[in-house]
Design a protein. Structure first.
Length: 72
């Protein structure tokens, strides 16, 4: 199952999974390098950062922001 780290609240990570399902996951279960906006893959209770999808997502968001500023 894929999700995106929305934010951190104390020792919990709020992750939005497919279908806009929000779950609180203990930060201790995530990789140490995980940060807000990262795409997370979960399989059998194990989490890892999907670096390629995270990179693509950040590039798409940056492109949208760039286009927004250019239209002014």
């Amino acid at each position: 199952m894929k999700g995106i780290i929305d934010r951190f609240e104390g020792q919990m990570a709020v992750i939005e999974f497919e279908g806009r399902i929000m779950k609180n996951i203990p930060k201790a279960l995530l990789p140490a390098e995980a940060r807000e906006g990262d795409v997370i893959d979960e399989e059998k209770g194990s989490f890892h950062v999907n670096k390629e999808e995270t990179r693509q997502r950040r590039a798409e968001i940056q492109k949208l922001l760039d286009n927004l500023w250019e239209s002014e």
